[in-house]
Ligand binder design. Sequence first.
Ligand SMILES: [Zn+2]
Length: 169
Amino acid sequence: MNAESSAWERRSAVRVVPPVRPRKLAKVPFVELADGRLQGVVSSGSDIERVYVSSFTAGTHSYSCSTNNNRPCGALPSGSSPCKHLHALAAEAVLQYGVDRVARYLRVDLDDGASSGADLVGGMNGQVERAPAATVFSRFLRHLNYLEIPDTTTPIPEMHWFPALGAVR
Ligand SMILES: [Zn+2]
């Protein structure tokens, strides 16, 4: 347990309410254009205990996917094409920012009529390059803290991620 994950636990130890019933989880609860990357947190399709930190780098279009514990994504052997987490990240980024803005940020030349995350991924031809997950993941946790609203009765789907992150037992 390193110092950073301890800090995560301290930060996330406040006001955690277990969900009373299953909720629809956000497939991509966090996405940002930062540090010269499109990066974000993507849920595992099969295991809610697991999340992935995925990113595309602007310019080189190298990409990375690993668990929040920095284990390489099993679906992303070196030299392969982007995994489904990276595709989900691209699709969510297009929803949130629009395909033109994401393409400009990553410096992707899109074909006329390109509009989807798949078009965006198809416009890149990068290689796997491991990027550290910790920075993105800690920003995700800060993002969750911003979502804490006192006295709200509205369920906040993102809050569900606290238990999934192993911060609560
Ligand atoms: Zn992956």
